[in-house]
Design a protein around this ligand. Structure first.
Ligand SMILES: C[S@@+](CC[C@H](N)C(=O)[O-])C[C@H]1O[C@@H](n2cnc3c(N)ncnc32)[C@H](O)[C@@H]1O
Length: 419
């Protein structure tokens, strides 16, 4: 039986706790906020869409989908709607003056991107089918928590960290869950036969964590697929009425986003296996694996070399990790490496790896570069891209123990005393 430990993070999105690792999947600070700050804002998507109307994103470790959902939300709110909006203003202003060559509209393209057909392709990978299938149901913007809300499971560490609101507030479109629901149910109809998904969605203790509209649609859709009895036909009829009357907000977002031009390709597989058989090159790669100490397989030199083959010349890999071993592995795999700066928190919150050096906004400092040459910079190895995490960790530990390099603590001491 699948064990799920959900809770509300400080921005009203759902976070998960892993009993196996005694660790959390998402920060209590705000699962959705974190996805924005770590992956979406540093991608500078407005700049990207100024020049491009096609985008390919690789979301490694999709989990319950905050990174892909945040991208879709950002796109609909800031790119798609904004361009429709500017286009409407333009038409109102110039309507009667547009000549047969559409010259005026052409001249105004510096602030009007419309008439472009956006093509969005997201490949999302995760080994955990249950989490990925639950992703469209999970609430991202609970406005008010139920009275007397407390964690649905015992955990001191998490409860102490809750209720410190994040500094950055995100408006999340309700239609995003519907978009991912549509895409996942179209491409993975096996979700309807998955008894664990039905069990979790029907379990009363989890109900507050799931979006009631999407749960209702799922029930209707599931019924519709079963053998046709008069009751089922009635359900199908009610489904169509319900679908038509989904709240206005849902429908607006749905109209803006569900189209054949939004391809969401979810793969339930080990990311290494999936990428070995993939021919795509991506504009953005979101790498959101568990920390290197838990999941070294997705931070190894060989995995990064594989990512190198899948990154566009002007593409960017983003990750939350600041680890010297991770940065060093990126450099050895052929990338230029920089830091992610979060102006809201006024600190560096991650790493970017690129092929085009000019895309780096914040270079590694002298201190960071020095750290790469210490034991802390020894990276993980997974020569055949099929090692088990424990094996990779063990080999890494041996390499660190045998190494003559300076320890990071000595390096830090020397560095500080030299200053
Ligand atoms: C920190 S969580 C990702 C959170 C996620 N981005 C979200 O928005 O919910 C790490 C995820 O990595 C997945 N994972 C672990 N090893 C993997 C592998 N070898 N290939 C693909 N996914 C993996 C886990 O199932 C887990 O969902």
């Amino acid at each position: 039986m699948y064990k799920l430990y959900p809770y509300f993070t400080n921005d009203g999105s759902v976070g998960l706790y892993s009993e196996k690792d005694n660790d959390i999947y998402h920060s209590t600070y705000g699962a959705l906020t974190e996805a924005y700050e770590k992956f979406i804002l540093p991608s500078h998507l407005e700049k990207f869409f100024d020049k491009n109307s096609k985008i390919k994103i690789l979301d490694i470790c999709f989990g319950i989908g905050y990174n892909s959902k945040s991208f879709a939300n950002f796109f609909i709110q800031n790119i798609y709607n904004a361009t429709r909006y500017t286009d409407n203003i333009l038409r109102e202003q110039y309507n009667d003056k547009i000549d047969t060559n559409n010259a005026l509209v052409k001249n105004a393209t510096h602030f009007n991107h419309d008439e472009r057909n956006f093509k969005i392709y997201i490949k999302a990978i995760d080994v955990d089918e249950i989490l990925a299938f639950l992703s469209p149901f999970v609430i991202c913007n609970k406005k008010r928590l139920p009275k007397n809300y407390k964690l649905p499971f015992e955990n001191e560490k998490i409860s102490r960290m809750l209720n410190k609101p994040p500094k950055y507030k995100i408006e999340f479109s309700d239609g995003i869950n519907l978009l991912f629901y549509k895409k996942i149910t179209e491409n993975h109809p096996e979700i309807f036969e998955n008894s664990e998904i039905s069990r979790l969605l029907n379990d009363k203790k989890y109900r507050m964590f799931f979006d009631p509209h999407i749960c209702r649609l799922f029930k209707f859709d599931k019924n519709k697929r079963d053998v046709c009895t008069p009751l089922k036909r009635l359900n199908a009829f009610l489904h169509n009425i319900y679908y038509r009357n989904l709240s206005k907000r849902y429908k607006t977002d749905l109209k803006a986003s569900i189209s054949k031009d939004f391809i969401f390709d979810l793969k339930i597989r080990d990311a290494r296996r999936e990428l070995l058989g993939d021919k795509n090159r991506y504009d953005f790669v979101f790498l959101d694996a568990f920390t290197p100490a838990k999941c070294p397989a997705l931070w190894s030199l060989e995995f990064f070399k594989l990512l190198y083959e899948h990154l566009d010349e002007n593409g960017m890999i983003l990750t939350y990790s600041n680890s010297a071993a991770v940065r060093n592995a990126f450099i050895h795999a052929g990338f230029f490496v920089g830091k992610i700066f979060n102006p809201t928190l006024n600190k560096f919150t991650g790493t970017v790896a690129v092929k085009n050096k000019t895309l780096i906004e914040h270079e590694l400092s002298g201190y960071d570069l020095g750290l790469l040459k210490t034991k802390a910079g020894i990276f993980y190895r997974d020569e055949n891209l099929n090692g088990l995490n424990d094996e990779i960790l063990k080999a890494h530990k041996t390499e660190v123990e045998k190494s003559d390099l300076l320890s990071s603590s000595k390096y830090i001491k020397t560095y500080k005393s030299d200053k």
